[in-house]
Design a protein around this ligand. Structure first.
Ligand code: SER
Length: 870
């Protein structure tokens, strides 16, 4: 039975039992803080079990994409090393929400396995929950009684809480379960040892295929158990393992789910997979498994990155790259091409793979390329370290250095070290990491004095969303020395100054008290204090001051911040929802926005983004601001939160038309104030991360005017309205003229050459030429070389006099150099004195420059004298 038919038979069977067939939920979990990835089929139904969500349909069946690489269910390290764990796998499941319970769940499972899939009953074992004293739970007699009518009692095993009480995570719905195991060993082995002995003992051929969970409890955060409002069924069958059983294969990797991937890797690397536990075969399994995890995650919107779920995906990908590199001798990207095989194999059922085919392969390729560069360097370094070290434990400092200097992740170093039977000192590594953090903290603020408290007031109230100036009271200040400069930091009870945050720069301005004005050069936040920086001492200042924000600068900054939101919205609309904000800088002069995207944003896309943002500007959307807004409500409004950002229960939401973001920055009252939006650059900052810089309002106007002025000035000079055409014709003319000039040059030097040869005299048996020429230096050299080759023996002195300067060259034929011992470099030094200059060169050719053209004749005379004496 092909795997496609196996999956379909499952769904058809439960459809015949009145189940609604549901699609798989995404593999990436966005709205559950306890989970990064879907790790079980029941995740999407969690709130139904808990009684928080209504029951959509009492019976559901599906196949769910799962990923077990983080949290309570994490199999990453086993994957590839054994032959039956996977990171990404499909879980076939059927659910009853307060409808049928144990009897139907067990009976139908048995019917499907024995009558539809026709698995031999004598190869199967089942488990039931044996009870647990610490949780006050009883033996599951009810399940046992159902089973004993279906299967021989000696095939029913009582199992512990560890294996037979299923929990989604540390908290959440849970309940006793009953598993079905299949013994795939050969007849000979089965007769030697009963399969019963291997159930739940990590035997690669006595494996669990289906878990039936009887969901009737929930685990609370304090560790206690409570009942659920109703009793539910949650079953999960490993699709890959079921395929292995039905296809009679020794492992999941030998089924038709993996064989096309393995065959492709064989074709690409020239290695052959043999299913052993050699490093090479582990690499085959790692690659064919990990490509699925990474591709499905990218298809569901999770790009590899440096934090959170993105980092988990990056690590999986890097693990695969590294196995290919070390054990399949593959130093070039490979996985990106493997993703194509996966898409053609599974894209018919999981359409998201097909839709995102290009994104998947491009993201993977960029990641592979960048990691391969790091890898080659890092592996070399680790090998050197291992070769030099006699101890089993490598110091944490060394591992830290690899991490710090070469970006080589510590967990990967550990993996590579483990291959040579070494490990590293993790405490030492952590210590080095902490020290580095402390160092960088120290480098940024040095020598901070104690606060001088003026008024006992806690925190600072921020008024800057509504006003740019207000009365305020100085509550404390301190002296700091930063990079050798003495500064003062001041805190007030309230302030209109925006402290740097959310990408937006801190405000500047001044404070004033009794005629004394102190400039505010920057503002930032330290816990709940808003700190104002100045270089003028506030000592002795009357604490009652007026604070005034530099309005124009704030104004420009504000426009740029609102424009950043519109840009973010336009990027997601035009490039796709894989675009996620990765960082931003909002200043008065410009804005910068980093986001995940796999390829260069083309000129055409840039133009469309500008058009869309400007359309939103012209729509003149009013600012809709929601302060102290519940997070849950913000989410249901579709507010975009930043990945990896921490938000409290109450947030601030900023809406302009369709753009809705969680944001603490300052914003325009209406988008029309932004005036005009222009992108001025686009580039890459890291694999899969692009950066756009843009300007707005007056800055954009200035930029456009300056460019138009250039065009006008050029048109004026060219007397043309079609600049491009005029420039093209100028270029063509220029090229033609250059060619003509070149041929004139050649002609001229031929002529000069003929004249020089005519003028040659015999001095001491040598053809001697000493003449003034009117040629460029390149032609002089060319001519000298021709003459010294063609005349023999030859002594050629050429002089150029131009703009009050003189240049001389001396060229000697090879035979003259050899026989007479004359040396052009020596001669030129003597001649140079006549033109008041200096020079040098080689024995056969040398040049000199000088400031006295009058001396050229004297130089010629000197040359003749040198030759005469030789
Ligand atoms: N929730 C159970 C499991 O993941 C059955 O689906 O194994």
């Amino acid at each position: 039975m092909k795997s496609i038919a196996i999956r379909q038979a499952f769904l058809d069977f439960f459809e015949s039992k009145k189940h609604h067939i549901a699609p798989s939920s995404p593999i990436v979990v966005k709205d559950d803080p306890t989970l990064m990835f879907t790790n079980a089929g029941m995740n999407q139904f969690k709130d139904i079990f808990l009684g928080n969500d209504p029951v959509p349909s009492p019976r559901i069946a599906d196949t769910q994409k799962c990923l077990r690489v983080s949290g309570k269910h994490n199999d990453l390290e086993e994957v590839g090393v054994d032959t039956y764990h996977h990171t990404m796998f499909e879980m076939l499941g059927n659910w009853s929400f307060g409808d049928y319970y144990k009897k139907e769940a067990i009976t139908w499972a048995w019917e499907l396995l024995t009558e539809v899939y026709k698995i031999d009953k004598d190869r199967m074992y089942v488990t039931v929950f044996g009870g647990d004293k610490s949780d006050g739970l009883e033996f599951d007699q009810e399940a046992y009684d159902v089973w004993k009518d279906l299967i021989a009692e000696d095939r029913i095993i009582s199992a512990s809480k560890k294996d037979n009480f299923w929990e989604m995570g540390d908290v959440g719905p849970c309940g006793p379960c009953s598993e079905i195991h299949v013994d795939m060993r050969s007849a000979a082995e089965r007769s030697k040892f009963p399969g019963k002995d291997f159930v739940n003992k990590d035997h690669p051929q006595v494996i669990e295929i289906w878990n039936l969970v009887f969901m009737e409890m929930q685990r609370r955060a304090d560790g206690s158990l409570a009942g659920l409002p109703a009793k539910h069924i949650d079953t999960g069958m490993g699709f890959e393992r079921l395929s292995m059983v039905l296809q009679g294969k020794p492992s999941t990797y030998d089924t038709d789910i993996f064989s096309p991937l393995i065959a492709f890797i064989e074709g690409q690397t020239g290695h052959v997979y043999s299913g052993s536990d050699s490093k090479k075969d582990i690499a085959f399994r790692v690659l064919s498994d990990h490509i699925r995890a990474v591709s499905f995650a990218i298809a569901d919107g999770q790009l590899p990155s440096n934090t959170g779920s993105g980092y988990v995906i990056r690590r999986i990908l890097r693990r695969a790259v590294r196995y290919a590199y070390s054990f399949l001798d593959r130093k070039e990207p490979l996985l990106y091409a493997l993703s194509g095989v996966l898409v053609s194999q599974m894209g018919h059922f999981f359409k998201e793979l097909r839709t995102n085919e290009n994104l998947i392969s491009q993201v993977i390729r960029e990641e592979e390329e960048s990691f391969l560069r790091t890898l080659a360097r890092g592996i070399q370094l680790i090998d050197d370290i291992v070769a030099k070290s006699k101890q089993a434990e490598i110091s944490g400092d060394v591992v830290f250095e690899l991490y710090d200097t070469f970006g080589f992740p510590a967990d990967l170093t550990a993996l590579i070290l483990a291959e040579s039977g070494k490990n590293y000192n993790e405490t030492g590594f952590q210590k080095a990491l902490e020290e580095q953090k402390a160092r960088s903290r120290k480098a940024s603020v040095q020598d901070t004095g104690d606060w001088v408290v003026i008024r006992e007031v806690q925190g600072t109230q921020f008024l800057g969303y509504d006003t740019l100036a207000c009365d305020m009271t100085l509550t404390r200040f301190r002296k700091v020395t930063q990079k050798g400069k003495q500064l003062f930091q001041m805190v007030f009870d309230r302030t209109p100054f925006y402290p740097e945050g959310g990408g937006q720069v801190g405000d500047t301005g001044y404070i004033e008290s009794a005629g004394v004005r102190i400039p505010v050069e920057g503002t930032f936040k330290e816990n709940n204090l808003i700190v104002h920086v100045t270089s003028k001492s506030p000592e002795g200042l009357d604490p009652e001051v007026k604070g005034v924000v530099a309005a124009e600068k704030r104004n420009h900054t504000t426009k740029n911040h609102s424009a950043t939101h519109l840009l973010h919205h336009a990027l997601r609309e035009l490039l796709g929802t894989h675009v996620e904000q990765k960082g931003s800088l909002v200043e008065s002069g410009y804005l910068r926005f980093d986001f995940s995207h796999f390829s260069k944003v083309t000129d055409e896309e840039i133009r469309n983004i500008e058009i869309q943002v400007n359309a939103m500007v012209r729509k003149d959307y009013p600012l809709e601001e929601f302060r102290n807004f519940p997070m849950a409500k913000a989410k249901s409004m579709g507010a975009m939160a930043l990945f990896g950002e921490k938000y409290g229960d109450e947030v601030r939401v900023i809406r302009f038309g369709e753009s809705v973001e969680l944001c603490g920055g300052t914003h325009v009252q209406r988008t029309g104030e932004i005036g005009f939006f222009k992108i001025i650059s686009e580039g890459s900052v890291a694999a899969g991360i692009r950066r756009v810089e843009a300007i707005t309002a007056a800055a954009a106007e200035k930029y456009i005017f300056e460019r138009l002025d250039v065009i006008d000035a050029a048109s004026e000079k060219l007397k043309s309205n079609d600049l491009v055409k005029s420039i093209e014709s100028l270029q063509a003319e220029n090229q033609a003229m250059s060619r003509e000039l070149e041929s004139f040059r050649k002609q001229k030097s031929m002529q000069v050459k003929a004249e020089l040869i005519d003028a040659a005299e015999l001095v001491n048996g040598v053809q001697f030429i000493a003449r003034r020429v009117h040629l460029d230096p390149e032609s002089v050299k060319d001519l000298s070389f021709q003459l010294r080759r063609e005349l023999s023996p030859a002594f050629v002195v050429l002089a150029v006099s131009e703009n009050g300067k003189a240049t001389l060259s001396v060229a000697l034929s090879d035979d003259l150099v050899e026989k007479s011992g004359l040396n052009a470099a020596q001669i030129i030094r003597e001649l140079a004195s006549a033109i008041q200059g200096g020079g040098g060169g080689q024995p056969f050719y040398a040049t000199a420059g000088g400031k006295n053209p009058e001396g050229i004749d004297a130089a010629f005379a000197l040359a003749r004298k040198v030759l005469g004496k030789s």
